[in-house]
Ligand binder design. Structure first.
Ligand code: GRF
Length: 203
């Protein structure tokens, strides 16, 4: 299965997906990486790995949908069947989300539905939760919402600040995202009635 990855920055999750896809028995390959930021470190990482990587400048488009149409075309031209958002910092319109319904997944650095939006680690510490983590989910028009494919939990340690906590969560992200991508590609995590039904064989 050909996968497209949308990024805006560092691209460490994209790298984790790339590394997984290079394993011999992994059922997916990254066909295209697109960044809406020119200097995104992830673009360099993808190119180093020999993966087509393009910068699409959203500021050149007047409307959000025009930008998305450009991205959509590139993904389709590359034969992409599934899109992973990995630190992609543009809000997508219902048009794009609907076009890729149940073929568009995202990773969010919290245990959803807690801490939607930005600054999740700061807010987790602030709120006093003892368990934090990350979530991979199918994308729906509402931000950080949609059927949950998988979650990974990490402890909040005494003395943590947002950075130390973010690092612990990020390590979990790098394990969770490839695992969830695999489940989706293999058809073992499918959406029914807005919940992911997990194939019993995945237990
Ligand atoms: C990750 O924490 C991801 O969960 C969030 O943004 C960060 C992106 O990091 N959406 P990277 O670009 O994958 O390194």
């Amino acid at each position: 299965t050909k996968v497209g990855v949308l990024i805006s920055g560092r691209g460490s999750n994209m790298q984790a997906l790339l590394d997984a896809c290079r394993e011999e028995d992994f059922p997916a390959e990254i066909a295209l990486v697109i960044s809406n930021k020119a200097g995104a470190q992830g673009l360099d990482r993808a190119r180093e790995a020999g993966v087509p990587a393009e910068f699409v400048d959203h500021t050149l488009f007047e409307a959000r949908e025009a930008f998305e149409k450009a991205i959509d075309e590139k993904l389709r031209e590359a034969g992409v069947k599934l899109v992973c958002l990995a630190g992609f910092m543009r809000i997508l319109t219902p048009w794009f989300i609907d076009r890729w319904k149940d073929k568009l997944i995202n990773i969010h650095p919290s245990l959803l539905p807690a801490f939607k939006g930005v600054s999740t680690h700061e807010r987790a510490i602030e709120s006093g939760v003892r368990i934090h983590g990350c979530t991979v989910h199918f994308v729906r028009p509402e931000m950080d919402d949609g059927p949950i494919i998988g979650q990974a939990a990490v402890p909040v340690m005494p003395g943590d600040d947002a950075d130390t906590l973010a690092r612990r969560v990020l390590e979990a992200e790098h394990r969770l995202y490839p695992a969830c991508l695999k489940l989706v590609v293999e058809g073992k995590a499918r959406v029914t009635a807005e919940r992911v039904r997990m194939d019993p064989s995945t237990a």
